[in-house]
Write a protein that binds this ligand. Structure first.
Ligand SMILES: [Zn+2]
Length: 107
């Protein structure tokens, strides 16, 4: 059995970027982590718009992503300003989502 976890490289096909320690559990680099999270969040947002509230598993997943984003923000180097901007966008996105869940009757 190959011990692929020792090579901390992104599992996305053509990508061979190193995985930050914080994302070892996710198995992807920061860029692909953010791609995946934004995709899933927009799916949750879409369901919220249709008055369908996320289940408890989704809610705990969302709060884990918030924690991860905060941890990543404090560990990402200053030269990765694009990554920092996307992490901040992620936190904003999560905040907006929580806001829309509090007021499901808004348009
Ligand atoms: Zn990647």
């Amino acid at each position: 059995m190959a011990v692929s976890t020792q090579v901390r490289v992104c599992r996305v096909g053509a990508c061979s970027a190193l995985i930050p320690l914080t994302l070892t559990g996710q198995g992807v680099c920061l860029t692909h982590y953010l791609d995946e999270v934004f995709t899933r969040i927009s799916a949750v947002q879409e369901r919220c718009r249709q008055r369908e509230m996320p289940d408890s598993r989704t809610l705990s997943w969302l709060s884990r992503q918030g924690d991860l984003a905060v941890t990543l923000l404090s560990s990402v180097g200053l030269n990765f300003s694009e990554d920092r901007a996307r992490l901040l966008e992620l936190l904003l996105c999560l905040a907006n989502l929580h806001e829309s869940m509090r007021r499901p009757q808004s348009p």
